[in-house]
Design a protein around this ligand. Structure first.
Ligand SMILES: NC(=O)c1ccc[n+]([C@@H]2O[C@H](COP(=O)([O-])OP(=O)(O)OC[C@H]3O[C@@H](n4cnc5c(N)ncnc54)[C@H](OP(=O)(O)O)[C@@H]3O)[C@@H](O)[C@H]2O)c1
Length: 374
């Protein structure tokens, strides 16, 4: 099991139900929709040029909002030449934000609690809404059912600033609590995405499956077609993010495909449909996978063994976000657009997937699997 899923905090400062100005999310959303004529927002995005940021920026612009970017000026500088870029570093370099005027901030790039606390403190008197992108990795125990009220993981040393598989989840949980303490629950939204997928994903964790399928031949598929998996299409996350800003949807939300709605068999069918490949799937049971350590080092991304300490990782309850308006597109669309995007990438990016089994390893494991039958 991947380290960043193993341990997370015990203190949940944020296990509250969604609050929208004192009423439930559904009611407030409905009220906002009925009473508020469209009002363009001035949105500050901390980290708008990585993977998810550009999707959020484009969605906000498409809906007529104004966007300012804050980042160091190192990543994808060419993306938004017409937008205001405030150059600075979250690590002790927030001066460019001083004196700014925005309605809302989207914090995409917060991993270190001190950085998030600094930006939240500085922006709290300036913005009326702080939206922090967290992660489902905050949860402490995936062996049991998970919803937003489940305890998050903790770390003994709250001054650690190195992000590793071990510290990522508890640090993100601490970031959440720093935003809440600086800004207040009545002005904060926290989104906890699972694997974010789709065009632009730099991890290849979802991308591995359709791209490997495209290569054809015998392909190892772990578990059974009925095993649950979850993801969130980056465009659905972006759309829900802007919904939250427009409708002032506050609270904590797991952002995932609905639990139980997406299975490994669906991922296979999506991958076959969008690649038109002659791939032959071989399903390999989870006990063999575990015994052979096939899944180590990101070998079989997104899939988790349906038994054991990560049994609920792919069944996270997303009903609160769905009730607040999160809409998940058909997973086949994600597969189709991921392949379309992949085909536009240069060869030096596509010659080696960043996740998944290498061809040699996969052949070796399949051989071992077949040898068992002899
Ligand atoms: N990918 C997933 O599957 C996944 C799942 C769950 C949650 N998340 C969360 O999603 C969020 C966004 O991820 P991402 O991959 O899109 O973006 P990212 O790589 O974390 O962030 C990149 C953006 O942040 C800026 N940035 C980085 N370090 C900075 C610093 N010290 N000061 C100022 N700006 C800085 C970068 O621009 P410069 O380099 O120019 O500064 C760029 O605009 C993260 O909070 C992550 O925890 C991701």
């Amino acid at each position: 099991m991947n380290n960043d899923r193993r341990r997370f905090l015990k203190t949940s400062l944020l296990g509250s139900a969604a609050i929208v100005a004192g009423c439930t999310t559904e009611v407030a959303t409905e009220v906002a929709a009925k009473t508020d004529p469209f009002r363009p927002l001035r949105i500050l995005v901390l980290g708008g040029t990585g993977f998810i940021g550009p999707h959020m920026v484009r969605e906000a612009l498409r809906r007529g909002h104004e966007v300012s970017l804050f980042n160091r000026g190192r990543t994808n500088n060419e993306l938004f030449p017409d937008l205001e870029l405030l150059v600075g570093d979250r690590n002790n370099g927030l001066e460019a934000l001083e004196g700014g005027k925005w309605d809302a901030v989207v914090d995409n790039s917060g991993y270190v609690p001190r950085h998030v606390e600094d930006s939240a403190r500085l922006l709290a008197p300036i913005v009326s809404h702080y939206l922090y992108i967290s992660t489902i990795s905050v949860y402490g125990d995936f062996s049991k059912p998970i919803d937003e009220d489940t305890a998050v993981g903790t770390m003994d040393d709250d001054t650690v600033e190195e992000v590793t598989g071990e510290t990522y989840g508890p640090m993100k949980a601490m970031c959440e609590s720093r935003v809440l303490s600086q800004v207040g629950a009545d002005r904060t939204t926290i989104l906890r995405p699972t694997y974010i997928c789709g065009p632009g994903d730099r991890t290849d964790r979802y991308t591995y499956w359709p791209v490997r399928t495209m290569r054809g031949g015998e392909m190892l598929w772990p578990g059974t077609p009925d095993d649950d998996i979850q993801m969130i299409d980056v465009r659905d996350l972006a759309s829900f993010t802007v919904d939250c800003l427009e409708q002032k949807i506050l609270g904590i939300f797991n952002t995932v495909t609905p639990a139980g709605s997406f299975k490994m068999g669906d991922l296979l069918q999506d991958s076959l449909a969008v690649t038109d490949a002659d791939t032959m799937p071989t399903w390999v049971d989870h006990e063999f996978i575990t015994a052979q350590n096939v899944g180590a080092d990101g070998g079989l991304p997104i899939w988790e063994s349906p038994v054991g300490e990560a049994a609920w990782l792919a069944k996270v309850d997303g009903s609160r976000a769905a009730a607040a308006g999160l809409r998940n597109r058909p997973t086949r669309e994600t597969a189709r657009d991921t392949i379309t995007w992949w085909k536009t990438l240069p060869q030096d990016r596509t010659e080696k997937l960043r996740a998944g089994l290498s061809a040699d390893k996969e052949a070796e494991f399949l051989q071992n699997w077949h040898n068992q039958d002899d």
